[in-house]
Design a protein around this ligand. Structure first.
Ligand code: NDP
Length: 299
């Protein structure tokens, strides 16, 4: 059996097209332009690339994009003041503070200073609580993208056994909450889980969010299961000396032989994450203006 490839790249194009269409509608019918502000502190190379991509895609969707690039030495107080001004700016509907922040800044304090309605990353404690209690919230972009692909693949997820490997606040826990909301039977596995391979093998849906290159192979996957690989790991290229390549937490070549469906890396969850950031910004804009929320941009 060779699993179906779930292309996040293709799916994200559909999501972005829906975002652009809704942005046009907001402009033409209401004179409103959704605005996203991204704040970057310091010089982390991966963060710089993410922020650049987010800005480009925000503009390409017809939205207003603001980038604040702050020096590594920026104090927490200065950052909090900037966020406060963005909270009050009515032309900004989404605020994202790129993580990780330099070690002298308290990430929790910064995240929780973002107005919950503008917290398009869905990391604010209010949004975490709303999601955990099954209420309307801003949903973190990566798990949102994973769930969109799963719902597209299955339609109804009721009763499926889902195993999420990883319990981080940004991926594992919100992913598990979303799957529970869809009436899956959810297990969260982590670095202290016993018999993890056997647990994963019982999954209909296996979500890998670990940060360990190619840890999960065919021996962890039951025949026909759907595998969502969130991992992004850069490893030395096996064939090209001095070069690197991106791999997921799943050994794709091995897993694809038993999985019923699988997301590749690159081209799987990654492109969906940015598309969902744009979707969340449009949703936040509609909520701020008491307009109906767009179809197909949430879950
Ligand atoms: P974290 O490091 O915050 O969490 C990793 C989780 O994996 C932890 O819960 C940890 O368990 C668990 N874990 C680590 N080693 C093992 C192991 N050997 N067996 C079982 N569980 C293990 O990572 P993130 O959640 O932030 O990210 C996970 C991956 O997803 C990374 O590769 C990251 O780059 C990628 N990512 C991709 C995104 C995308 O857009 N595609 C977005 C965000 C992240 P414990 O809690 O016990 O330590």
């Amino acid at each position: 059996m060779i699993g179906k490839v779930i292309s996040g790249k293709e799916f994200s194009e559909l999501v972005r097209a829906k975002v652009s269409k809704h942005v046009d509608q907001l402009k033409n019918e209401h004179g409103i332009i959704p605005g996203l502000a991204v704040v970057l502190v310091g010089e982390d190379p991966a963060s710089k690339v993410y922020v650049r991509n987010k800005g480009e895609q925000t503009k390409a969707a017809g939205m207003k994009s603001i980038e604040h690039k702050l020096d590594e030495s920026t104090s927490e107080k200065e950052l909090l003041e900037l966020i406060e001004s963005l909270n009050e700016d009515t032309s900004i509907h989404g605020i994202l503070c790129q993580l990780p922040l330099p070690s002298h800044i308290n990430e929790d304090r910064v995240i929780n200073s973002i107005a919950p309605d503008k917290d398009v990353d869905g990391f604010h404690i209010s949004n975490v609580g709303l999601l955990g209690t099954g209420q309307k919230s801003m949903v973190p972009c990566t798990p949102l993208g994973c769930l969109m692909m799963l719902k597209d693949h299955y339609g109804d997820l009721t009763g499926l056994n889902a195993v999420v490997v990883g319990r981080s606040n940004i991926v594992g826990k919100p992913m598990a909450n979303l799957l529970l909301r869809e009436s899956c039977t959810v297990t969260i596995a982590h670095s202290r889980t016993k018999d993890i391979q056997e647990i994963c093998k019982r999954a209909d849906i296996l979500v890998a969010a670990v940060g360990r290159p190619e840890m999960i192979d065919e021996n962890w996957i039951s025949s026909g299961a759907t595998v969502i690989d969130v991992g992004i790991n850069r490893i030395p290229h096996p064939d090209k000396a001095g070069k690197s390549k991106l791999v997921g937490d799943v050994d794709y070549e091995s897993a694809v032989k038993v999985a019923g469906a699988i997301t590749p890396v690159p081209g799987g969850v990654g492109p969906m994450t940015i598309a969902c950031l744009l979707a969340n910004t449009v949703t936040a804009c509609c909520r701020a203006n008491k307009l109906p929320e767009p179809d197909g941009l949430g879950v």
